[in-house]
Design a protein around this ligand. Structure first.
Ligand code: SAM
Ligand code: SF4
Length: 346
């Protein structure tokens, strides 16, 4: 990877200036977490007895809306709502409808990452609000393994949710965490099933984010090994398709579908990073794998929220790191970031 070089001149303190970081990367994509709560307990994501935040710490619907509009004013064109599980937040669909009204008016795309358990109830309303695509997390089609991985017996609901999304006209992209000794052997069948149903699928390596029960890295499965095994069965053609995110894509000749691979620990993908993340408490993380953070909630609750927000965003652009700090050390250990993925939403 070529070295990123810091710009000599930082971006101007302008209220409508696009978000450009110190390495001249244009930030146009926001992942906004609307809750840290969830109705599943995926073993690699959170402990069974997860301590959720008091509601007073979580941004109100108005604050989330205000924040999102502030981002759109600064050139954010794509917003992905996430969590925790976004659909467990009761007023979530109000936010979707409000932001949906900005589609074609500053916003190009509004999407959602969900575990799918409540998608059947909300798919039609999401489509009505202008959402075109949802990412659904699905690690297995085996209901016993699903119950073991998520500590809840909800595979049937998730599959109903995926079917409802398709019936509502939403494009479904599946996200699958590859787990050694768990869903490892099932991955080719899962990919084959997804492509047969017309869904794109992306595999991701497990990342060291937040404490969980046990050591999730026991199940770390490098995707290079998965790719070798898939190539023994199928023809994988590298695709030129890019989203500005960390995934690299392949077209599988035999299935006619697209496969994404996200390898945060084995590959550096930071050069083209166009995204930032905001937690449900309004903490902006310029990098998923870095410790830098900016408190937008304090800015929003200050006497001059607009000015506060813009200064905070400018600061975030100055401190966005060149690359993430995930690493595997000489002992095969991966020092964990203290926050859970359910805080930053992936
Ligand atoms: N609850 C929603 C869901 O599961 O899709 C949205 C939030 S969840 C935190 C977003 C994604 O992060 C999911 O695809 C999940 O599998 C993934 N994830 C959670 N913890 C992870 C970890 N430690 N390493 C890699 N992926 C993780
Ligand atoms: Fe919930 Fe998503 Fe974390 Fe699973 S990965 S526990 S569904 S937030």
């Amino acid at each position: 990877m070529s070295e990123l070089r810091a710009n000599a001149t930082p971006p101007a303190e302008d209220r409508s200036a696009p978000l450009v970081d110190a390495f001249a990367r244009h930030v146009t994509y926001l992942r906004l977490s609307v809750t840290d709560r969830c109705d599943l307990r995926c073993t690699y994501c959170m402990p069974e007895k997860m301590q959720f935040l008091p509601r007073s710490e979580v941004l109100s619907l108005d604050e989330l809306h205000h924040l999102a509009l502030g981002f759109i004013d600064r050139g954010i064109r794509r917003i992905r709502l996430t969590g925790g599980e976004p659909l467990v937040r009761r007023d979530m669909m109000d936010l979707v409808r409000a932001l949906g009204r900005r589609l074609g008016d500053g916003l190009d795309e509004l999407t959602l990452t969900t575990n799918g358990t409540q998608l059947a109830e909300h798919a039609a309303a999401l489509a009505d609000a202008g959402v075109k695509r949802v990412n659904v997390s699905l690690d297995t089609l085996d209901s016993a393994l699903f119950a073991r991985l998520t500590r809840r017996d909800r595979l049937k609901r998730v599959l109903e949710g995926i079917a409802a999304a398709r019936d509502a006209g939403l494009k479904v992209k599946l996200n699958t965490v590859a787990l050694k000794g768990l869903n490892e052997v099932e991955l080719p069948d899962l990919i084959g099933w997804a492509h047969g149903e017309g869904h794109e699928i992306t595999l991701i390596e497990v990342m060291p984010l937040g404490e969980v029960d046990g050591d999730r890295m026991d199940h770390y499965l490098p995707l290079s090994a998965v790719r070798d095994r898939l190539e023994a069965r199928w023809t994988l053609r590298p695709s030129t398709y890019r989203t500005g995110g960390p995934a690299r894509y392949f077209d599988i000749a035999e299935t006619g579908g697209r496969l994404g691979l996200i390898t945060p620990l084995t590959q550096n993908f930071c050069e083209g990073c166009n995204r930032i993340r905001v937690t449900t408490t309004g903490q902006l993380y310029p990098c998923l794998g870095g410790g830098e953070q900016v408190d937008l909630r304090a800015a929003l609750r200050s006497d001059d929220p607009e000015d506060g927000l813009n200064s905070a965003l400018n600061h975030a652009m100055r401190i966005k790191p060149a690359r993430h700090a995930f690493r595997i050390d000489a002992h095969g250990q991966t020092p964990a970031q203290p926050r859970h993925m359910s805080m930053t939403g992936g």
